[in-house]
Design a protein around this ligand. Structure first.
Ligand SMILES: Cc1cc2nc3c(=O)[nH]c(=O)nc-3n(C[C@H](O)[C@H](O)[C@H](O)COP(=O)(O)O)c2cc1C
Length: 194
């Protein structure tokens, strides 16, 4: 299957640091790798309503959700590019991930089996100088990948507060150059780690 990257942008502003860092990493992808970029702020997803245990499941009726679902299952690589908000993913990003719980039950889709073996990556920018405060975000993405049997490529982390600040984080921009070159490993929950 040819590589196809879906970049899911979770910032609440356009042209933010997280997108900038994600684009710096994406620049290094080979030309034959397809890229799709979706800004969640521009695709207002409905709030998640928990209908997992209702009987009638189907494809989402909402156009924006259907677009996100189709883009997600078409991707070999899903890149969650979310700024660090309160030490975790942004609300736009969390809402997108919550809808995955519905997609797990869409008849005929087999979302879990479809996503198994595919790659999940994270890109984030935070204002704090201490990268470890982003551990909850990294844990969310790692565990999400583990739950779905996906591979996890880790999180590309940058520093910045105002838009464009991450350009000054030369170490992050250097890491971006090789970030997608790594081979993601099958994700494991912390309690499964060897
Ligand atoms: C709602 C909100 C919550 C934030 N929470 C954190 C945080 O927990 N830790 C941190 O270091 N920075 C935090 N920040 C700062 C952003 O992570 C930082 O400004 C980042 O550059 C924003 O990325 P963006 O330009 O891609 O939107 C927060 C910003 C906002 C708006």
């Amino acid at each position: 299957m040819p590589r196809r990257f879906l970049f899911v942008l979770g910032s609440s502003r356009s042209n933010g640091n997280t997108e900038l860092l994600a684009r710096a990493a994406a620049e290094q992808l080979p030309g034959d790798v397809e890229q799709q970029w979706i800004s969640l702020a521009g695709h207002r997803l409905p709030d998640f309503g928990d209908q997992r245990h209702d009987t009638d499941h189907g494809r989402p009726a909402d156009d924006e959700l259907a677009l996100l679902l189709d883009a997600t299952v078409a991707a070999t690589d899903v890149v969650i590019a979310s700024p660090l908000y309160w030490y975790s993913v942004s609300s736009h990003t969390k809402r997108y991930l919550d809808h995955w719980s519905d997609w797990l039950r869409v008849p005929g889709l087999d979302f879990k089996k479809t996503m198994a073996g595919r790659n999940l990556w994270g890109v984030t920018v935070l204002a704090a100088d201490e990268p470890s405060v982003a551990d909850p975000l990294a844990g969310t993405l790692n565990n999400t990948a583990a739950y779905l049997g996906m591979r996890f490529g880790g999180v590309l982390l940058g520093n910045g507060s105002a838009p464009g600040d991450v350009r000054k984080d030369t170490e992050a921009l250097t890491r971006a150059k090789t970030f997608f070159a790594r081979e993601p490993e099958l994700a494991r929950f912390p309690h499964q780690a060897v």
